[in-house]
Design a protein around this ligand. Structure first.
Ligand code: PMV
Length: 327
C-alpha cells in the first residue's frame, strides 16, 4: 500500500480560459491569469493498494457519481502510466467550502489529486510537470498548482502548456469577495462549454485580442495598478460571457441579481471605492478589491437583494502535500 494527501486552493480567473485548441490534451485557445483563493481548499487522500479491485471515489464523505469517478479514473490512468504502476486507488476528497455555491472545485480538486497521486506513486515531478498533468484533468487546475498570482501560458503542445506564478500572494493584498446568488447545480458545465465556444462568431475576436489583455493584466498585477486591473478584468469577463451567450447552444449564466451586482460594483468604483467584478461559468459574482476595502464591500454586497451568502478569500499559496501523511 502506498498513500499521500495533498491540499490545493481554487482560483478565480482575471483573464479567462474558455475554449480549447485541442480538447483531448486541453491546450487552450488563449492564455489565462488567475489568483489563488486562500482559505478555500480541497484536501485529497489517495491510497493505492493491491487489494483494490477498482478505483473508488469518495467526495465530501459520499460515494461520488459515476461521471465524477470516470473523470478521476481517466486522470489516474495518466499518472499510473507515467509511473509504470497499475494499482487501483481509493480517493477521498473533501472541500472545506460549501458545494453548490458555484465556487469551482474542479481546479482545486484536480490539482490536489495530481499532487497526491504523484507523491503516492513516487513520481518526483517539478512544478511545470505537475501543472501540465493537472491541466489534463481540468484546464483551470493547471493554475492551482503554483501559488499567488498565476499565468497559464497557452503553449503549443502538451509540454509547453502549463502555469507558473507571476507574483507571490504577498506581492499584492487583494481579496475576492464572492456574492453567492444561486446554489443550484449549473446546467451546462465548462467541459461542454469549451466545446461550444468555437460556435460563437465572437470567439475569434476574443482569441485574437487576448494577448493584449494578458499583457495589461500582467502589468497591472506587477505594478499593483488597481484601475488598470479593474478595466481589463471586467472587459475580459464580459467578453467571455458574450461568447457564451452567442454560442450554439447559447449559455446564459447570469441571473437578474448578477446584473444588479455588476451595476452596483461599477457605481461603487465611480464613487471612489476600488472594486471590480468577474464572473465564471455561473451566476455568482466575484468582487475583487484591495484587502482594506473587504469589510465595506462585504457589507454592501449583503445589502443587495438576491445575495444569499458572501464568502471572502485572500490570495492563496501553491498546492502542497500534507506532511506526515504518506505511507
Ligand atoms: O477548468 P475548467 O474546464 O473548469 O474551465 C474553467 C472555466 C472558467 O472558470 C469559466 C474560466 C477560468 O479560466 O477559470
Amino acid at each position: 500500500m502506498t498513500s499521500a494527501t495533498a491540499i490545493a486552493n481554487p482560483n478565480i480567473a482575471f483573464i479567462k480560459y474558455w475554449g480549447n485548441r485541442d480538447h483531448d490534451l486541453r491546450i487552450p485557445s488563449t492564455g489565462s491569469i488567475s489568483m489563488n483563493l486562500a482559505g478555500l481548499e480541497t484536501r485529497t487522500k489517495v491510497v493505492f493498494d493491491s487489494n483494490n479491485a477498482a478505483d473508488q471515489l469518495i467526495l465530501n464523505g459520499r460515494v461520488a457519481r459515476a461521471d465524477a469517478l470516470e473523470r478521476v479514473r481517466v486522470h489516474l490512468n495518466l499518472i499510473r502510466a507515467r509511473a509504470g504502476i497499475g494499482l487501483f486507488a481509493q480517493v477521498d476528497s473533501v472541500n472545506n467550502f460549501p458545494t453548490g455555491t458555484g465556487i469551482a472545485s474542479s481546479a482545486s480538486g484536480f490539482a490536489a489529486l495530481t499532487l497526491a497521486a504523484c507523491k503516492a506513486l513516487g513520481l518526483d515531478l517539478d512544478e511545470p510537470e505537475l501543472s501540465r498533468l493537472a491541466r489534463r484533468g481540468s484546464g483551470s487546475a493547471s493554475r492551482s498548482i503554483p501559488g499567488g498570482f498565476v499565468e497559464w501560458q497557452m503553449g503549443e503542445d502538451d509540454e509547453s502548456s502549463y502555469a507558473y506564478s507571476i507574483a507571490p500572494g504577498e506581492h499584492w493584498s487583494l481579496v475576492d469577495t464572492i456574492a453567492v446568488l444561486s446554489t443550484e447545480h449549473k446546467h451546462t458545465g465548462s467541459r461542454q462549454g469549451h466545446i461550444f465556444a468555437d460556435s460563437s462568431m465572437l470567439q475569434p475576436a476574443r482569441i485574437v485580442s487576448a494577448p493584449e489583455r494578458l499583457y495589461i493584466c500582467r502589468q497591472a498585477i506587477l505594478r499593483r495598478d488597481f484601475d488598470a486591473l479593474a478595466d481589463v478584468i471586467e472587459l475580459d469577463s464580459n467578453m467571455m460571457h458574450a461568447v457564451m451567450m452567442t454560442s450554439n447552444p447559447p449559455l446564459m449564466y447570469w441571473l437578474p441579481a448578477t446584473i444588479a451586482v455588476m451595476h452596483a460594483v461599477r457605481q461603487w468604483r465611480k464613487s471612489g471605492i476600488p472594486a471590480t467584478y468577474t464572473i465564471d461559468a455561473g451566476p455568482n459574482v466575484h468582487v475583487i478589491s484591495p484587502a482594506d476595502q473587504a469589510v465595506q464591500v462585504r457589507n454592501k454586497l449583503e445589502a443587495i437583494p438576491g445575495v444569499l451568502q458572501v464568502i471572502v478569500a485572500q490570495v492563496g499559496g501553491p498546492a502542497r502535500y500534507l506532511l506526515g501523511d504518506q505511507s
